[in-house]
Ligand binder design. Sequence first.
Ligand code: PEP
Length: 252
Amino acid sequence: MTRVPFICGNWKLHKNVAESVELATAIKNAVGPIRDVEVTIAPVFTALYAVGKRLEGSSVALAAQDCFWKSDGAYTGEVSAELLRDVGCSYVIVGHSERRQFFGELDAAVNLKAKAALAAGLRPIVCVGESERERDAGETFGRISAQLEGSLEGFGQEAAAKLVIAYEPIWAIGTGRTATPGQAEEVHAFVRDRLKKQFSAAGDSIRIAYGGSVKPDNARLLLEQPNIDGALVGGASLKADDFLGIVKYRSG
Ligand code: PEP
């Protein structure tokens, strides 16, 4: 099964509108001729519209970092999937470990968000990952399994075709401590197996991206693993050269 590698830069809470447009422009210009990798960037909410406009006509896709599950109403501070679509997003990250950790987001909420994203025509990037304590206690597979079950509850094959899963071990996010290719592939193969059980053949087409201190110098070995179909990149996505070094991992 050939899966087009998916590389997404998660800019988190960094960069104002002008800085975001500047970085998006550098990425857009460099990615122009690249067709064998799908490149996506996820700026802060306030920069989405301007970055979306700048990306028009390019192959770089726009993602949001979160969404709410209701379309509209009295939900102060929230942003719906429909509104994200309206400003040019085609993807949305849901269930990032920072949302789970700092905002108490549970799998049931991740599930509602992913469903709302699909209903609005967005493709959800569903994040899962174990903590250091869970890994040390031998609970990695149980944790990932529970997160997948809760987050993807009620999803059918049609939805599966639009999903991206991001495996992000929490102990590797922003720490400089990357999972070894072997450690990551072991979990990705487990996730693949689970996806095939839930979605049959469609499970084989779902891209599973790895996230956790991916950098230009470790991207290649990770992305060469059979079930690692891309990368969700935090810190290294904030500088054009670093991010592009990951996008061009094959030439590294
Ligand atoms: C992330 O936030 O999704 C991430 C993987 O961050 P970093 O690359 O900085 O570890």
